[in-house]
Write a protein that binds this ligand. Sequence first.
Ligand code: NAI
Ligand code: MG
Length: 342
Amino acid sequence: MRLAVIPGDGIGREVVAQGLKVLTAVLPSEVKLETEEYDLGARRWHATGETLPEAELEALKGHDAILLGAIGDPSVPSGVLERGLLLKLRFAFDHYVNLRPSKLLPNTATPLAGRPDIDFVVVREGTEGPYVGNGGSLRTGTPAEVATEVSLNTAYGVERVVRDAYERAQARPRKKLTLVHKNNVLVHAGHLWKNIFDRVGREYPEVTTDYLHVDAATIFFVTQPERFDVIVTDNLFGDILTDLAAAVTGGIGLAASGNINPSGAFPSMFEPVHGSAPDIAGTGKADPTATVLSVALLLRHLGHEAEAARVETAVAEDLAARDGSPRTTDEIGDALALRVTG
Ligand code: NAI
Ligand code: MG
């Protein structure tokens, strides 16, 4: 397993070390793990002015997958690393499926009353929508400034992510897929999505389908999250919904994600949803669980289903055993590594 590791900034480095610890512990001895670290992020940008040089982008292509901690720091102007590194990787490696599972695990705090049974996956489109950089500004900085940020939606891009979501729904026990958009107002993109969703759905007769406007979806995420199984949605709606999903399922320290190229043409990238948390960096307070769950997604993507399941079970058991006494990042990593081997 040839893994590229981008620890990044702040707590990124701390949590990635734990992710690798658990990965090393769970892999069977016949799988040889080769890791190569890439120094990218705020520190690198301050040192050299570089975000993602072409040579490193090329080198990253040679790996089976990428594990990323977190990138960013308040000292870097907003957008520099997001566009120059994170989005550049997603576009260059055609990560058209942004996968974010949400499950209410044992012994975790949800702000929702009555602890609903939450177990759903958001399949967020990753390469189109309003995130493509299709815009600009005129008369910038004047009272007459004009700015556009055009949402790009192609039949090709929508169909491939919708198809991936149907496949994932088909493989789950409940076999339910919900399309989230806003087709009553965003009629052009919305109808493209809905028409393709309906057409592809005819090939998956076992999958029950549903449609929700994004505003209604935010209500149901809070009042009835148990109604969801797999959700497919556009890049921007998915970004917002998945943060809400993380908030109702125990918080940002547990939320994992994968930026996936299902064809395998380029390496997929796995990362915790949270950022570099400069407020707690270096204190040992960062919870590495989101990174460890991202490692489970990585294992599943590379075909190591049994190992992925063991990591997820270890996390559930570790959470169930938590009694509120504080543990360091390293201690949680050690406990998880022990559970996957035990
Ligand atoms: P953040 O996710 O870094 O932190 C938000 C809050 O959650 C903080 O109070 C932090 O201490 C806490 N937190 C985050 N992860 C935690 C963990 N594993 N365990 C315990 N507590 C945790 O978001 P924020 O503060 O908005 O951003 C900080 C930096 O991270 C910014 O530069 C931002 O651009 C970057 N960022 C990078 C992301 C990425 O690399 N994909 C994603 C989100 C933010
Ligand atoms: Mg977000």
